[in-house]
Design a protein around this ligand. Structure first.
Ligand code: ADP
Length: 694
């Protein structure tokens, strides 16, 4: 105990009461561990240690939770196994690269016998589910899980649960904030603030006030944002957690800046700065300098602002924060562009682009991990289907068995006179029948459960797909405007250096402009891809004469056809019901590929139609360069190209668009080709559902 007091004073001296409290608890727990003799109590102490460490030393938290898990596992203690796994899921889900581990531990929880869980643990389970789906970006699932957790807490109606209910509301706030739904985020944050007040959890209340401040800033209500930041600031003054105080001052400064109260913002930044400097918190300092620089810009002191941006840049490298470094590059680039210093503007623009690329690469990696997890879920799906087949087979066997039993009983009834022996036999058969009945019921239940899992997994996959598509749409949509800026800036530079003799510079600029334009085409194509599902206008079904669609496609490709001396031959075409925009897109993509990947003196494209009672089949045949059969599947994938841009221009999206359109109509698309013998693309459209003959 003497030592505990010493630790408290030591930590107070360092100005951190929160961690002092942790240290005391950890010290006591380690002492307890020394005297623990039974495995179970050792496991419980490891678990408590893992929980204590979780807020400031994740590595230790993980290792203690693993020890606790080992003990609980060896004792086949489901509840303790759950508790240890729960800490592991929570801790790993806070580390960006540990997402697969978090999911792995979560699926271990899913495999536990949940009937043994306490109600409290069931609620905890849904909280973990919410958390895992949140990090997997499956927001709908995450929301449902959190709502289930809330409903259990409602049932428990326990005083101690107020804090937990507050936490769930806070998590829901974060969830809606991540989906850019500021209004709903705010309403959950508000509930959380109220409940944290009831449970007297000042730190979390401040965190929630801070979060609501950010949410108001996001929806443009700067004055409300300022009000909440001020509340957080007021509460934080009673705390000795200096880091939190500095953060809140920074947030308040951001709200003040948005409110154009620059002097007040500067005051808050000065407070935050002195704390950040004392604690050597590089991340915080970078943020502070960046905002100070922006304030100086509003006061028309660009030189001083630039000096601060440079300072911020030096520190941000130490803090290794890419998002911040990107913001600073942007500020410096805008500054140098403003003062017409082309060399430096170019330098920071390059830096800005590199940072964006690197952030994008990180984002892609994350998406890749999520796709991998999705793939594994699909594997599980296959296993489920296999099990279902085995179960069906078992059912048939049981049915047969039942039938033969029935015959036996009939025979037994006919031979009533056979006496006691036969009577006994009949009794035995009956008992056996009951066992079989039980078996049938059990198998049916198992089958139903596996069916449920199957539908659930499918729904998860569908959602995940939808989200990926939404992501592509938003990303490409948001990229359009900065790219336009880059192109105009490059044009500006090009005009400026026209009179100079620097040929190298001119060719660099030309190269940059070409690349930016290429990117513009790429973004346009990605947008087109994402719009197939979302644009209601182009999804409208109507009667179309395919001849009309083909005429329109040929008209659009007239330039290229004339240039290449190309000829298009069209067979007899039907009238169908479909989206005219999509049908035009389909034919235009196939025809333009037939012209593009063609080195013949006279490119020829033949378009024909056949049908079966169920479907229409269209073929587009060219006399172009052909495609090696080993690539026949891959070319329909997004971004898959078989040639460099120098050989043939393109983005690798055209066929992906065709595939999506055809699949949306429940059809199929395929290709028949060899290198050097031309290519025929086929696609089929069912006559039922969407499409019908005139
Ligand atoms: P892009 O034409 O923009 O590269 P697509 O998705 O339309 O993208 O095509 C993907 C790839 O398939 C092309 O890069 C090309 O290598 C190949 N390809 C498509 N159509 C043809 C064709 N008619 N003849 C030969 N190769 C083709």
């Amino acid at each position: 105990m003497k030592y505990s007091i010493l630790i408290i004073f030591l930590s107070l001296f360092l100005g951190n009461v929160a961690s002092a409290q942790h240290n005391v608890k950890i010290y006591d727990l380690l002492n307890e561990l020394k005297f623990a003799t039974q495995d179970t109590s050792k496991g419980d102490i490891y678990l408590k240690l893992a929980q204590e460490y979780s807020s400031f030393d994740v590595t230790k938290s993980i290792s203690k939770a693993e020890l606790s898990l080992m003990i609980a596992n060896s004792r086949k203690d489901v509840r303790r196994t759950f508790d240890a796994l729960a800490v592991l899921v929570e801790t790993h889900s806070t580390i960006p690269n540990d997402l697969p581990k978090a999911v792995q531990y979560f699926s271990k929880i899913q495999n536990l016998d949940s009937t043994k869980f306490l109600l409290e643990q069931k609620a905890h389970y849904f909280g973990l589910e919410g958390r895992v789906y949140y990090v997997l970006l499956d927001y709908e699932k995450s929301k449902n899980a959190y709502l289930k957790q809330l409903s259990i807490y409602e049932k428990l109606k326990n005083e101690q649960n107020i804090d937990k209910i507050a936490n769930t509301n806070f998590a829901l706030g974060e969830l809606f904030f991540a989906q850019a739904d500021g209004e709903r985020a705010i309403s959950y944050y508000q509930k959380a603030i109220q409940l944290f007040q009831q449970s007297n959890n000042i730190n979390k209340r401040i965190e929630a006030l801070n979060a609501i401040g950010k949410a108001y800033l996001k929806i443009g209500n700067n004055s409300a944002s300022l009000q909440y930041c001020n509340d957080a600031l007021f509460l934080s003054e009673s705390l000795s957690d200096k880091k939190l105080v500095a953060h809140i001052n920074l947030n308040t400064a951001q709200a003040l800046y948005a409110n154009a109260q620059y002097d007040d913002a500067n005051d808050k930044l000065t407070i935050a700065q002195s704390i950040a400097e004392d604690a050597g918190n590089q991340h915080l300092l970078t943020n502070i300098k960046l905002l100070q620089g922006k304030i100086l810009q509003t006061k028309n002191l660009p030189l001083k602002a630039a000096a601060l941006f440079h300072e911020a840049l030096d520190i941000s490298w130490l803090a290794n924060d890419k998002v911040l470094t990107k913001d600073i590059y942007e500020a410096l680039y805008e500054y140098y562009e403003h003062i017409d210093d082309v060399r430096n503007a170019h330098f920071y623009l390059k830096g800005l682009t590199n940072m964006r690329d690197s952030l994008k690469a990180e984002e892609n990696n994350k998406q890749l991990t999520i796709s991998k997890i999705r793939f594994e879920t699909e594997e599980k799906d296959k296993e489920n289907r296999r099990l279902r087949a085995v179960q069906l087979e078992n059912q048939v066997t049981i049915q047969r068995q039942k039938f033969s039993n029935y015959i036996l009983i009939v025979l037994l009834l006919a031979g009533l006179g056979a006496g006691y022996f036969l009577y006994q036999n009949l009794k035995q058969r009956k008992a056996y029948n009951n066992i079989l009945k039980g078996e049938v019921q059990k198998r049916t239940e198992e089958l139903e459960q596996s069916n449920d899992e199957l539908t659930q997994t499918n729904r998860r996959l569908e959602q995940s797909n939808d989200e990926l598509e939404r992501f592509a749409y938003i990303a490409s949509h948001d990229l359009k405007s900065p790219l336009r800026n880059v192109i105009s800036f490059l044009n500006l530079i090009e005009r400026k250096i026209k009179k100079q003799d620097d040929d190298d510079l001119k060719s660099y600029i030309r190269f940059a402009t070409e690349n930016a334009k290429q990117m513009n085409v790429l973004i346009q194509d990605v947008l087109e891809f994402s719009r197939i599902d979302t644009d209601s206008q182009s999804n409208r079904l109507e009667r179309i004469d395919i001849n009309d669609s083909l005429m329109l496609a040929i008209q659009n490709l007239h330039e290229a056809m004339k240039e290449q001396n190309a000829e298009i031959i069209i067979g007899k075409m039907p009238t169908i019901t479909a989206s005219s925009v999509h049908v035009l897109q389909l034919f235009q993509n196939f025809i333009s590929n037939g012209l593009k990947y063609n080195r013949s003196d006279k490119p020829e494209i033949l378009i024909t139609h056949t049908d079966t009672p169920e479907q229409h089949i269209f073929a587009i045949k060219d006399n172009g360069i052909g495609i090696d059969p080993k690539y026949h599947d891959q070319i329909f994938e997004m971004f898959k190209r078989l040639h460099t841009r120098e050989e043939f221009k393109g983005t690798g999206i055209g066929l992906a668009i065709c595939k999506k359109i055809v699949h949306n109509m429940d059809g199929r698309v395929w290709v028949d080709s060899e290198v050097g013998t031309g290519t025929t693309f086929y696609f089929s459209i069912p006559k039922a559902n969407h499409i019908s003959i005139a």
